[in-house]
Ligand binder design. Structure first.
Ligand code: RAT
Ligand code: ZN
Length: 418
């Protein structure tokens, strides 16, 4: 029997909400690591509480707190302080603090305890792999993409062993340091056997391509990635532009590995806050038009940090099918902004986008980032199907499932070059 279209508003809203709540997620960008990376996989309440979003919030809650004094404390003491200031002495209303409440609740821990004792006990009996199983299953996440930096002194040695990586964790080759800190990375490349020089002549660019190819062989990444400052531009007489156009893009197309760029970061606005001290700036996105137009054979993924750039990005994506926008990144990962951006993207791009990624740094955060996002997606998508119903087009449940699967993951895999 043919499936019946859903014609009543209540049934439609309930079906969309249920499909969005139960469809597994492919998380396109995280900072999580598979268990075989050892200590690089962060999990548990002390890591959760010392997330850099909360470090900046504890400094707002106590302006007398000096960042250097905060960072000088051992991690459990930092977590205790954050718990007291942001959860005991105040209601945890911000998105990042609410996230912790959601996580504790999902783990069966009372989020209104005066201290972290029971939250610490809740994880203690799990091995890292068991904890990954638990969190992935509770969050209904099928796979995540890590952020893998060959210039990171802690991570690099892991790749020099023969890693057997849990297949739920995909690699992404992160190249910020290569593009943006050439003066510092060139000597490293030389030390690793690549004969590149500061002039970035043809021979040096060939060596950089050889370096990228070697790391693609080693990591098998699903994309190459870089976050970029707001003043990044193309074409330009800068090492970053030269490296991008003459090393990264040719390798990306030859190897069939897309390039993901994330513009709009202002690193070190308050350097004393360390990882919590980065900010945002709006960009002139004209260079993205140049990039997509000049390199039609390349595939690009992008997420842009400034709210002010979001409409412009949707317009550019409408012009270039080799550009796939994704996620509400970092300072945009708040319910009000997610709702606004998600609605605009469905209106301007239909299903040809990936509305969200988690950017999780701590495994447990998968429990809140996705639990907070799903109802917003359900609401916005529900409204869009409702508008269609009013216009005279009634969807079936299978059609809704097909569409939700696309935006929660399949769009990424179908965007990869064949
Ligand atoms: O969201 C974050 O945690 C940021 O610190 C950044 O890592 C950002 O997501 C990035 O990938 O550069
Ligand atoms: Zn990130």
């Amino acid at each position: 029997m043919n499936e019946q279209p859903i014609r009543t508003p209540d049934a439609l809203a309930a079906t969309v909400a249920e499909v969005v709540a139960t469809t597994p997620i492919f998380d396109l960008h995280t900072h999580l690591f598979a268990p075989c990376f050892g200590d690089l996989l962060l999990y548990g309440v002390d890591e959760l509480l010392t997330y850099h979003y909360l470090i900046s919030e504890v400094h707002r809650a106590d302006p007398a707190l000096r960042p250097a004094d905060f960072y000088a404390q051992p991690k459990p003491a930092q977590a205790d302080l954050i718990w007291r200031k942001l959860f005991v002495e105040a209601a945890p209303l911000s998105e990042a603090t609410r996230g912790v409440v959601t996580v504790l609740q999902a783990l069966g821990v009372d989020p209104q305890q005066p201290d972290l004792r029971s939250a610490r006990e809740a994880v203690a009996s799990y091995s890292p792999t068991q904890y990954v199983d638990l969190i992935f299953s509770k969050a209904n996440v099928s796979a995540v993409v890590m952020t893998n930096d060959p210039f990171d002194a802690a991570e690099r040695p892991c790749w020099e062993n023969d890693l057997i990586i849990d297949p739920r964790f995909h690699a992404a080759l992160r190249i910020d340091n290569l593009l943006l800190k050439w003066a510092e990375t060139r000597p490293l490349l030389n030390a690793w056997g690549y004969a590149a020089s500061d002039s970035l002549d043809a021979a040096s660019l060939k060596e950089v391509r050889r370096f990228l190819n070697a790391w693609i062989d080693r990591m098998d990444p699903v994309y190459l990635a870089a976050s970029l400052p707001a003043d990044f531009t193309l074409p330009a007489p800068t090492p970053a532009a030269r490296l991008l156009e003459q090393a990264v893009l040719p390798v990306s197309v030859e190897r069939g590995v897309p390039f993901a760029f994330m513009p709009g970061v202002k690193r070190g606005v308050n350097p004393a806050l360390g990882q919590a001290g980065d900010g945002v700036a709006r960009c002139d996105l004209a260079w993205i038009e140049y990039l997509c137009r000049s390199y039609p054979e390349n595939r690009f993924l992008t997420t842009v940090l400034a709210r002010e750039n979001q409409h412009e990005l949707c317009v550019i994506a409408r012009k270039f099918s080799n550009l796939l926008p994704f996620g509400c990144w970092w300072f945009l990962n708040n319910p009000s902004l997610i709702e606004e951006l998600t609605r605009m993207r469905f209106e301007m791009l239909g299903l040809s986008q990936i509305p969200q990624h988690s950017d999780c740094r701590i495994l447990d955060q998968l429990l809140y980032k996705w639990a907070h996002f799903r109802p917003i997606l359900g609401k916005v998508l529900g409204e869009k199907y409702q508008d269609l119903l009013t216009a005279g087009w009634a969807p079936t449940r299978s059609q809704i499932q097909r569409d939700v699967k696309r935006v929660l993951g399949e769009n990424f895999w179908s965007f990869l070059p064949r």
